[in-house]
Design a protein around this ligand. Structure first.
Ligand code: CAP
Ligand code: MG
Length: 428
């Protein structure tokens, strides 16, 4: 009863609008007969089956809930499984992942397993609000059109006290950056308490906004247990902040959904840092792609998400980063049989991608050529590492962007822009 290849592998099956589709890269173990048997085991263990036939199974349950392995590519070791939406609690990301990205990773019949992409059916997409702002809403808030939003991360990552932190933020904003964020491991330390940091930094932000006439954004990291994240978000709002940052992996999917609902009512932009993602996205044979994770983040409703730079210090190849940014920003995605599934996002707004990590002003021409201008560029060491300090580093970043958008070579433009010249001297 429902435990044979023929029960789960059906290459003639045509998925319908009620199916969630999961695409996997599969490496079977030597003891497993072939990819068909491996895919049957995956389909079973992620839905209604187990290792043996059971007396409690019925034809009714099987007919209603059995998934179908409808695509097996032996050459690329890729399979696709269609799961009826009835197998999932639509609004519960934790349950969806416990099914299609849970036990199956540990099965002995597999050597490696990588969830490449997920195509969510309409009824599941409609269970989520998605991003509150979208790219348009963020640009309207920051009052910046037609160029990348430019940001820095206060460095050292941790170590400054609240007043020093606020001062560095002021220098970055004064030098011309739109955004300053906390680093992923800065929350509330003995030497830098969250509440005081936010109050002092937003005071400086208001001063610099008045001085420059430009909108300036601070993205404080509220990462903590849920109850404290809610308190910290309220403290940010009470002090006039419009953004918060969360470490989406380390706070967990359930807390992420809850803090999103909490913030949705408060009109706060959510910046999603992905620290720890590489623990399970980096190995190209195992885990889950950043693309699949990014789609989950668009459903849950992050407004901005780190997706890679192609050229910086973190791994992330050109095709992969571009495909991630594509599925985050387009409303309908056409798939292929190797890396991407079809996805119709309905009314779910786009996420603004963030390129960050190991960047200096000298990367700007390549960044714009490879990734365009509809995203955030963030420079940590590439701002505070400028020979003349943070404010000069910020100016050099703005000058590099101005140069590229005016069709000028950086080194040529640097001849009459001293801050950029010093950046070229150090990192050229
Ligand atoms: C960048 C950064 C970011 C990384 C995260 C850091 O600093 O603040 O956390 O960009 O990587 O701590 O490394 P630098 P990703 O600019 O000094 O490198 O964006 O790939 O998730
Ligand atoms: Mg960081």
């Amino acid at each position: 009863m429902v435990n044979k290849l023929v029960d789960y592998v059906d290459l003639d099956y045509k998925p319908n609008e009620n199916d969630l589709i999961a695409m996997y890269y599969v490496e079977k173990s030597p003891e497993c007969k072939d990819l068909e048997h491996a895919s049957m085991e995956i389909a079973k263990e992620s839905s209604i089956g187990t290792w043996t036939t059971i007396a409690t199974m019925s034809a009714e349950i099987a007919n209603k809930l059995k998934p179908s392995v409808f695509h097996i590519d032996n050459e690329n070791q890729i399979i696709k499984i269609a799961y009826t939406k009835e197998l999932f609690e639509a609004g519960n990301i934790s349950q969806i992942l416990s099914a299609i990205a849970g036990n199956i990773y540990g099965m002995r019949v597999l050597e490696n397993l990588r969830l490449l992409d997920i195509s969510f059916p309409k009824d599941i997409v409609e269970a989520y609000k998605g991003p509150k702002f979208g790219i348009e809403g963020i640009r309207k808030l920051i009052k910046v059109e037609n160029r990348p939003l430019l940001g820095t991360i206060v460095k050292p990552k941790v170590g400054l006290n609240e007043i020093e932190h606020a001062k560095v933020c002021g220098q970055a904003w004064k030098g011309g950056l739109d955004i300053v964020k906390d680093d992923e491991n800065l929350t509330s330390m003995s030497f830098n308490k969250f509440e005081k940091r936010i109050t002092e930094t937003l005071k400086v932000r208001d001063t610099i906004e008045n001085e420059t006439g430009e909108k300036k954004i601070y993205m404080p990291n509220i990462t903590a247990k849920l109850s404290i994240m809610k308190e910290r978000a309220d403290h940010v709002i009470e002090n006039g902040g419009e953004y918060v940052m969360v470490d989406i992996i380390t706070i967990g999917f359930s807390a992420l959904q809850e803090i999103k609902d909490f913030l949705d009512k408060k009109n706060v932009v959510i910046h999603a840092h992905r620290a720890m993602h590489a623990a399970f996205t980096r190995n190209k044979k195992h885990g889950m792609t950043m693309l699949a994770l990014a789609k989950i983040m668009r459903l849950i409703g992050m407004d901005q998400l780190h997706t890679g730079t192609i050229v910086g210090k973190m791994e992330g190849q050109k095709q992969e980063v571009r495909e991630i940014n594509k599925i985050l920003t387009e409303s309908k995605v056409r798939g292929n049989d190797i890396t991407l599934l079809d996805q119709d996002w309905g009314n779910i707004k786009p996420i603004l991608p963030v390129a960050s990590g190991g960047l200096s002003p000298l990367h700007v021409p390549e960044l714009i050529e490879l990734l365009g201008t509809d995203l955030v560029f963030q420079f940590g060491g590439g701002c505070h590492g400028h020979p003349d300090g943070t404010e000069a580093g910020a100016k050099a970043i703005r000058q590099a962007v101005d140069a590229v958008l005016n069709g000028r070579e950086l080194k040529n433009y640097a001849k009459n822009h001293s801050e950029l010249a010093k950046a070229v001297e150090k990192w050229g």
